[in-house]
Design a protein around this ligand. Structure first.
Ligand code: BES
Ligand code: MN
Ligand code: ZN
Length: 485
């Protein structure tokens, strides 16, 4: 169960620990109840994410660092709050005193505080038996009381942060589930259930409908699988007349073995995560009704695994995508672009004001930007800037990459309109350029290659090892602030 975060006037008696946020300046000025020399000996310097806990009468008191006041951002608060949640996991109830001298606005700080607590406390325990310290035993922390202001604005910011974090946890849970358990039919049912419960309209296409709808990319990738494909569409309709319509497209490969162009054993180990794009879309959309976002949002989630059964797509096969273009499949491991081609074509038919797709698309993007930053490509500078600034505000890291037109010649095909792979270099750009063939001119579109940040090797700030739910926060921010051109 996620932590609940409340605004409280004073420290509740049942709190097992009371932790205070401190900037470098407030530490230098001296902190009531803490001996400066003792803190010095303990090595506490109020650095960001540094937590100091000491026993006291009836429990623990502690400090968590923020660094110099002028440098404090929402990211600092989120990361430090996450550390508090980790360090206080054995207390069921904790009181937290925010700093009053940070540079960040109270609304952003309270939201980030709630996000950090809930996300830092996250762990995926579904397959942990009690004996291994799993299940509900992993963390006792159930409630945090944020002490001080109980103003409506404070409560609202904490609630907003809690809601956003709940969306991220939905994406994390789906991403962490094994591929043999979360097959496409299971994934689609799960997404439809989440959607209905949240107040979204889901529509699930099964195999017959996918064929009738000519989703040739999705069918081609699914050919080697024993599990049928699914195509899920979601709609969020605001209560008042929408100011715009956004389309969110997410890659939903529930396991990527590579198909006949099979991956190595090492390369396959993390490939249950190849549906993180789709997970981010449902995670974000699931909280839009609660937040009352002013835009209509449609989600497009193609789902299948990429296996190598007896009738799997062969290298050299040609697939016809929804929009009529043909692709020669020369490497069956470049499958994400094939299913996204159908989804993007379909999204464009519904004439949205803008499209964002998220996909764990290329190892090349990780070579370019490392494990923690997503590549951002697009066909419209002002929309790209808008997505980039939404990501910045949400505390998610993206960096622009180009879509150079002349690179298109790398994937000219002898037998079809294009082939599904380019040359040896710039693989993230090749993938982006191939996707662009399925986006209508004039529809602003951003492609986010999230192969790196979708998954983390270790805990880091609000990120917990495993599926990170990357993209959820920026999609929410975008849906709340998007202005059509
Ligand atoms: N799902 C992978 C990309 C990936 C790799 C995501 C590592 C996360 C971590 C994708 O389907 C893939 O296999 N891409 C190939 C493309 C190549 C065959 C052109 C890749 O990156 O090697
Ligand atoms: Mn692949
Ligand atoms: Zn893949």
């Amino acid at each position: 169960m996620p932590i609940t975060v409340h605004a409280a006037r004073s420290v509740p008696k049942t709190a097992g620990a009371t932790v205070t946020f401190v900037t470098t300046e407030s530490l230098e000025a001296g902190i009531e109840g803490f001996d400066s020399a003792m803190l010095d000996t303990a090595g506490f310097a109020a650095k960001p994410e540094q937590v100091h806990l000491q026993p006291c009468e009836g429990g623990f008191v502690g400090l968590v660092g923020l660094g110099p006041a002028a440098d404090v951002t929402a990211t600092t608060v989120r990361r430090s709050a996450a550390e508090v949640a980790r360090r206080c996991a054995r207390h069921s109830r904790v009181a937290l005193r925010p700093a009053d001298d940070g540079a960040v606005s109270p609304a952003a700080a309270y939201q980030a505080l709630a996000e950090g607590l809930i996300l830092g406390n996250y762990s995926y325990t579904r397959f942990k038996s009690k004996a291994s310290g799993g299940g509900d035993e992993r963390t006792k922390l159930a409630r945090v009381d944020v002490v001080g202001s109980t103003a409506a604005a404070t409560k609202q910011a904490l609630a907003r942060g809690s809601t956003v974090a709940a969306g991220v946890c939905i994406a994390r849970d789906l991403s962490n589930e094994p591929g043999g358990s979360l097959t496409a039919p299971v994934f689609a049912d799960r997404v439809a259930d989440i959607a209905r419960e949240a107040g979204l309209k889901p529509r699930v296409w099964k195999e017959g409908e996918i064929k009738r709808q000519r989703l040739g990319g999705l069918l081609g990738v699914n050919r080697g699988s024993s599990n049928a494909a699914r195509f899920v569409q979601l709609t969020y309709e605001p209560e008042t007349e929408p100011v715009a319509t956004l389309a969110f497209v997410g890659k939903g490969i529930t396991f990527d073995a590579g198909g006949l162009s099979i991956k190595t054993a090492q390369g396959m180990m993390t490939m249950k995560m190849d549906m993180c794009g789709a997970a981010a879309v449902i995670g974000a959309m699931s909280v839009l009704p609660k937040l009352g976002a002013p835009v209509r949002v449609r989600g497009y989630l193609p789902m299948t695994d990429n296996m190598l059964g007896g009738d799997a797509t062969r290298p050299g096969d040609v697939l016809t995508i929804r929009n009529g273009k043909t692709i020669e499949v020369l490497n069956t491991d470049a499958e994400g672009r094939l299913i996204l081609a159908d989804a993007l074509s379909l999204a464009c038919e519904h004439s949205p004001d803008a499209i964002v797709d998220l996909a764990t698309l290329t190892g090349a993007c990780m070579v370019a930007l490392g494990p923690s930053i997503a590549g951002l490509m697009g066909n419209d500078e002002s929309f790209s800037d808008e997505v980039r600034s939404a990501a910045d505000r949400a505390g998610e890291r993206v960096w622009p990459l180009p879509l150079p037109k002349d690179y298109n010649k790398q994937f000219e095909s002898d037998v079809a309109d294009i082939k599904n792979i380019g040359g040896s270099y710039g693989g993230a750009l090749t993938a982006g350029l191939i996707l662009q063939h399925f986006v209508s001119d004039g529809t602003p579109w951003v492609h986010l290659d999230i192969a790196g940040p979708a998954r983390a090797e270790s805990d880091d700030g609000e990120i917990a090892k495993g599926g990170t739910g990357f993209g959820v926060r920026m999609l929410i921010e975008l849906a709340e602030t998007f202005k059509p051109a």
